[in-house]
Design a protein around this ligand. Structure first.
Ligand code: ADP
Ligand code: MG
Length: 333
């Protein structure tokens, strides 16, 4: 009799452990910021937290859109005087300007006069007139942004396209913290935000898109509690007169970046930084990016050129290459 009871208690204990491992989860899709996003969260409040995350993305899209003239960015771009803005707009612009300075303007949110000419956001991409690029570059060059608590003045025009999804991921992470969500995965186009590990305690497997064939993956990165953000020319491009042009612009030339990098992935718990740096590194190339990493640290990266993959030492053992035709270089401090 006694033995039987012990067995029963053990059985209940095992069942409880099994139940806590397969906790409730909630998944939702949303089309925003010009991409399909998928949010999956685990835990008691996963539905509530995920729905709030969705609302936050929609709210940020309304604030940051460059095509919507009623957005706060639209207001800033239409005016040369101070414009009242929300907490989120002030915060993202302040951060973007900091990163812009640190990357010697390889990442530059004042690039809008140039990106507007290329027409990617108006579904009319085409090669602009060289004279128009020249004059847009002058506007970018002389652009001044002033921030005065709650108000922003910009003499040129802003484009948050390279940082908005990272900032959205950061906001979602904060919502998940508030609702005690310990495991979640949020995919925002080329941005993947990971909260904690998988519910079974193992790291997540993040597929890195093959830059020469975006239907396939070039490798898998095991990661947890971080953001994995990839910038690639393959995300948005068009062909004119047999030449392919993509949407990441080198602010020094006004033309699509041509640094030799065809895919730049940045891995950092700082979701906003990961997004901005992935664009910056795509523009500035392997050597300058490695130099930046050695100087500042605080993130990892996977840089891909035609035939070679550069991986920072701390994640080297967590990346599994699927395409053997690429050689791998470990970047050391
Ligand atoms: P994606 O939006 O495809 O994930 P990125 O994060 O690299 O890719 O952002 C690219 C977008 O950022 C472009 O569509 C454009 O709006 C803007 N952009 C292009 N070049 C730059 C640049 N050098 N600095 C800042 N923003 C840029
Ligand atoms: Mg980016």
């Amino acid at each position: 009799m006694k033995i039987k009871r012990i067995t029963a208690i053990v059985t209940v204990a095992v069942m409880l452990i099994a139940l806590s491992a397969c906790q409730s989860s909630y998944t939702t899709d949303i089309f925003a910021m010009d991409t399909i996003m998928t949010i999956t969260a685990y835990g008691k409040d996963s539905e509530k937290a995920t729905e709030l995350a969705k609302q936050k993305i929609k709210q940020l899209e309304r604030l940051f859109s460059v095509t919507d003239s009623d957005s706060e960015i639209g207001n800033i771009n239409a005016s040369t005087d101070f414009v009242e803005v929300s907490y989120d707009t002030e915060k993202i612009i302040t951060r973007a300007l900091e990163i812009s300075n640190m990357t010697q303007k390889a990442f530059d949110i004042t690039i809008r006069p140039v990106t507007k000419l290329w027409g990617f956001t108006d579904n009319n991409p085409h090669v602009p007139d060289a004279m128009d690029i020249e004059s847009a570059l002058n506007t970018v060059e002389s652009c001044r942004v002033e921030i005065e608590n709650g108000k922003i003045k910009c003499t040129g025009e802003l484009d948050l396209g390279a940082i908005a999804k990272g900032y959205a991921a950061e906001c979602i992470r904060a919502i998940f913290d508030q609702y005690d969500i310990k495991h979640a995965v949020v995919s925002l186009g080329g941005n993947v935000m990971l909260k904690g590990s998988r519910p079974d305690g193992k790291p997540w497997n993040v597929g890195i898109t093959h830059p020469q064939n975006s239907e396939e993956i070039i490798g898998i990165l095991k990661a947890q509690d971080t953001s994995v953000v990839t910038s690639g020319g393959y995300e948005r491009s068009f062909v004119q007169d047999g030449i392919t042009y993509h949407h990441i612009i080198d602010p020094k030339t006004g033309y699509p970046a041509n640094s030799g990098i065809i895919s730049a992935t940045v891995i950092s718990l700082d979701d906003t930084l990961a997004d901005a740096l992935s664009t910056a590194f795509y523009v500035s190339g392997v050597e300058q990016s490695a130099q930046y990493w050695r100087q500042y640290g605080g993130f990892d990266m996977i840089l891909i050129t035609d035939g070679c993959i550069y991986i920072t030492e701390d994640i080297y053992d967590y990346f599994q290459l699927k395409d053997g035709s690429f050689s791998v270089v470990k970047l050391e401090k």
